[in-house]
Each structure stands twice: as structure tokens, then as C-alpha cells.
Design a protein around this ligand. Structure first.
Ligand code: GDP
Ligand code: IMO
Ligand code: MG
Length: 432
């Protein structure tokens, strides 16, 4: 792998954390390029479970340099809490590096996030409430405060003098809660800056030098293609470019530096928050998938909406990310189902549509056109162990047919098959 990107092909929570941790075995650097602590990446090693939000998913491998790139928005309170939690479980965070150009989520961003959602009423996005959107909005409006500013009192004061009064007015206008006094914010930010100082560096230089030296670099996406600010189900999206294109701006590397792009695809579809979801299963089947798959948000604990696999979405992801490989996760969750449906196109008022439409109105009218496949039997832990040992061909025949169906429709090879939460419940077809 010299460089590989791991991206979500759906609405997030596809299992990027598990797959990144798995692939990190062969990596030297793991690099986050967008999003913030809206992400929740779960890693299970033996009986221990970690839910990472800001720390890259290579953090549990002690030799790895874990980079938070400039495209990530960082809530320093949350980052420090997470660093402490990982340390408390006996892991080193010495390999952490944080971009001096990353924008900082400040308390007023969280207040604004809440106030904006309230104002949207029944048109709410269902954000994670972490201040992500308002922080990215400030970045683009050139009102952002960056990690580098936390390390320099003069520059932090200058920035806050400009931005603080505007934020106070905005929050008051939207009826949000009161903001902390400016001096208190400043002191708090400065104190956190001092703790983070040893980790802060020019991460573009670091990552480019590593690539030039032949190091193995893994870029870890957060959220998923359908939550991408440009290509997702706008406005029911997050505020960053989750697709592989976000790597160039979010890390500071040229497009020729990303060699492989692996899309993580859950064997069915889930979504947290509001917005269109053509293959959503409302009722018993949806609830069954939710319970069997443990589909509750790793960040907010909200139940995830569940539905059938949607190849219209996967085609969108293949095209936008330039996917060269797929990792299919949670195939174990579908086991025991008699018949499994997969959407291959939509019927929008009599027209067959096979590229994901931009228009919310079209999506509201989209009726999935399904193909049906036979399900496969459930297995126990002993069976799972045997199958993992023997590889892909030992998996149930109908499961293999399902994987081949996805490969044929997407025209991308499924190089990794995941049949359980744990690191070792993985069948690696790159090795054959
Ligand atoms: P991410 O945001 O893409 O990293 O995904 P999350 O961690 O939010 O959600 C994926 C959930 O599925 C987590 O609870 C994982 O532990 C779990 N998971 C990942 N792969 C598999 C799998 O193959 N089978 C099962 N049953 N669970 C999995
Ligand atoms: P990972 O990395 C699933 C969703 C929120 C909401 C929308 C906007 O774990 O896959 P935001 O707080 O980002 O402004 O919310 O995006 N969302 C996610 N859904 N997984 C995530 O991350 C998500 N991060 C944000 O639920 O609908
Ligand atoms: Mg998640």
C-alpha cells in the first residue's frame, strides 16, 4: 500500500474505524483530513472497545504517527478528553501530530449549532450538535481561529477581538444561550494550546516528507460520500468534503499522492439524522436490522435509520471517490434473512434513474427498483473462525453471490470482507 485512502461510501458509520485499524497494521502514518468530533469510529480488539472521534484510528498501534490534518475542525476540550481516555487505557499518544492550520471549534460554535438547528424547526438537519457546521462556516468566512493562534497570545487576542462580538450578536439573534466572557474564553483556549503545543506542527510538510521517503500512509475519511457538502443529500449533509478529493485540501498533498482509494460499504444502508433515504425500511425489518446490527450512533447514541443496500449510492461513491477497492462490512448482520433486496436504480415518476439525483424533490419521489437475492444461514463463533482461516471460498455460497453481485454492479473488487466487529473477523482478499 504506499498510500491508501479509506472513505465511507454511504451516510457514515460503514465501519471505517474497524477497517482503518485493520489496515494500519501495514501503515506508518494514519491521517485524518476532514470532519471533527461528529465522527464516531469504533474499534474492537478482543474485549476492548474504543470509540474514537478526533484521534485517527491508527492510535492503537504504537509505531504509527497519527496526524490530524488542517482540514479537520478541532474542539480542543474534546481532543484533550479523548487523549486522556486513550492514555488511561494504556496506549501512548506520543505519535500524535496536529496541524497548526486546523480550525478550532470554540464554545460559541456549539451554541450556534444548537440555535441554528432550533431555528430550522422541522427542517432540522439533525446535526451531532458538536459545532461542526458553524466552525466550517467561520473558516470559509475567514472568521476562523486556528490551532496556530492558540500558541500565540497576540494573534489569539487579535482574532477574538474581531470575531467574538459577531458571534455574540449571531447567537443572540437566534435566541441561543449566553456566551462565556471573552477573557475567559481566551484564557481557556490559551491553556489548552499550551497542553497541545508539543503535538502541533506543519503536517503537510510531515506527510509529504513521509511519502517521499516511501512510508506507508493511510488517509482516514470521516462521515461518508452521501454526507459530503457538495455531493451528498444537500442540505442534509455535514459541512466538509468527505470524499477522497478532500484529502488534497485537508492534508496539503497533491492528487498524485493518493494511490489507492478503498470505499467502506456496509452490506445494508444506515443513516443518522434527517434527510432523504430511498431504501429506508420503516417497520419491522428496519427495526430488526437496527437491533441485530447494533445501529446506534457512536457519537450521539441516536438510533440509526436502516434500509437495504443501494447500488445507486454506491455508484455515486465509486465515481466521486475514484474507488479502486471495496471493503464490505457487516455481512454477518444480514445472515439468517431469507431474501435480501438491493436497489439498482430509482423510478422517479416513470423515469428510470441510475445516477443519484441532486434534487430533494426527485429523491422524495424516488421508488427504488430492487433486485432480490437469496439469503444465507447464520453461523456461530466456531464457524466464523473456520471461515476466516480458510478465506473467502469458505463463506456461505449465497453470501459470496451477494459480494459478486456488488462487485459486478460497482465494477470494483471487494478486497476486504468483514464479518464481525473484532479486528480479526476480517477476510483479506488482498493476500490471495
Ligand atoms: P465508522 O463511523 O464508519 O467508523 O463506523 P462506526 O464505528 O460508527 O459504526 C460501525 C459499527 O459496526 C461499529 O459498532 C463497529 O464495531 C461495527 N462493525 C464494523 N464492522 C462490522 C462487521 O463486519 N460486523 C458487525 N457485526 N459489526 C461491525
Ligand atoms: P462517522 O465518521 C453518521 C450526520 C449527522 C447529521 C449530519 C450533519 O462516524 O461516519 P454535523 O454534526 O456533521 O453537522 O451533522 O451529518 N453525521 C454523521 N452520520 N456518521 C458520522 O460520522 C456523522 N457525522 C455527522 O447525524 O445528519
Ligand atoms: Mg461512526
Amino acid at each position: 500500500m504506499p498510500t491508501i485512502a479509506v472513505v465511507g461510501t454511504q451516510w457514515g458509520d460503514e465501519g471505517k474505524g474497524k477497517i482503518t485499524d485493520y489496515l494500519a497494521e501495514d501503515a506508518d502514518l494514519v491521517v485524518r483530513y476532514q470532519g471533527g468530533n461528529n465522527a464516531g469510529h469504533t474499534i474492537k480488539i478482543g474485549s476492548e472497545t474504543f470509540a474514537l472521534h478526533l484521534l485517527p484510528s491508527g492510535i492503537l498501534r504504537p509505531w504509527i504517527i497519527n496526524v490530524i490534518g488542517n482540514g479537520v475542525v478541532i474542539d480542543p476540550h474534546e481532543l484533550l478528553k479523548e487523549m486522556e481516555a486513550v492514555r488511561a487505557k494504556g496506549h501512548s499518544i506520543g505519535g500524535l501530530r496536529i496541524s497548526d492550520r486546523a480550525n478550532v471549534i470554540i464554545k460559541y460554535h456549539r451554541l450556534l449549532d444548537g440555535a441554528e438547528e432550533k431555528n430550522r424547526g422541522d427542517k432540522g438537519v439533525g446535526t451531532t450538535g458538536r459545532g461542526i457546521g458553524p466552525c466550517y462556516a467561520d473558516k470559509i468566512a475567514r472568521y476562523g481561529i486556528r490551532v496556530g493562534d492558540l500558541l500565540d497570545e497576540g494573534s489569539l487576542r487579535e482574532r477574538l477581538d474581531l470575531v467574538y462580538p459577531i458571534k455574540v450578536k449571531q447567537i443572540a439573534l437566534l435566541g441561543g444561550a449566553e456566551v462565556d466572557p471573552k477573557e475567559l474564553l481566551l484564557k481557556d483556549l490559551q491553556a489548552m494550546g499550551e497542553v497541545l503545543r508539543p503535538y502541533v506542527t506543519d503536517t503537510s510538510v510531515l506527510v509529504n516528507q513521509a511519502i517521499d521517503r516511501g512510508k506507508k500512509v493511510l488517509f482516514e475519511g470521516a462521515q461518508g460520500t452521501m454526507l459530503d457538502i457538495d455531493h451528498g443529500t444537500y442540505p442534509y449533509v455535514t459541512s466538509s468534503n468527505c470524499i477522497s478529493g478532500g484529502i488534497c485540501t485537508g492534508v496539503g498533498v497533491g492528487p498524485n499522492k493518493v494511490q489507492e482509494v478503498l470505499g467502506v460499504m456496509k452490506a445494508y444502508t444506515t443513516r443518522v439524522g434527517s434527510g432523504p433515504f430511498p431504501t429506508e425500511l420503516i417497520g419491522e425489518l428496519g427495526t430488526e436490522l437496527m437491533n441485530k446490527g447494533g445501529e446506534f450512533g457512536a457519537t450521539t447514541g441516536r438510533p440509526r435509520r436502516c434500509g437495504w443496500l443501494d447500488m445507486v449510492i454506491v455508484e455515486h461513491a465509486v465515481r466521486l471517490n475514484g474507488l479502486t477497492q471495496l471493503a464490505i462490512t457487516k455481512l454477518d448482520v444480514l445472515s439468517g434473512m431469507k431474501r435480501i433486496k438491493v436497489a439498482v436504480a430509482y423510478d422517479v415518476e416513470g423515469t428510470v434513474v441510475d445516477h443519484f439525483p441532486a434534487s430533494l424533490r426527485a429523491l422524495q419521489r424516488a421508488e427504488p427498483i430492487y433486485e432480490e437475492l437469496d439469503g444465507w444461514e447464520e453461523w456461530d463463533d466456531d464457524d466464523a473462525r473456520r471461515m476466516i482461516e480458510r478465506g473467502f471460498e469458505a463463506l456461505p455460497k449465497n453470501l459470496r453471490t451477494y459480494v459478486k453481485f456488488v462487485e459486478e454492479k460497482s465494477r470494483v473488487r471487494a478486497s476486504i470482507i468483514s464479518i464481525g466487529k473484532e479486528r480479526d473477523k476480517t477476510i483479506d482478499r488482498r493476500k490471495v
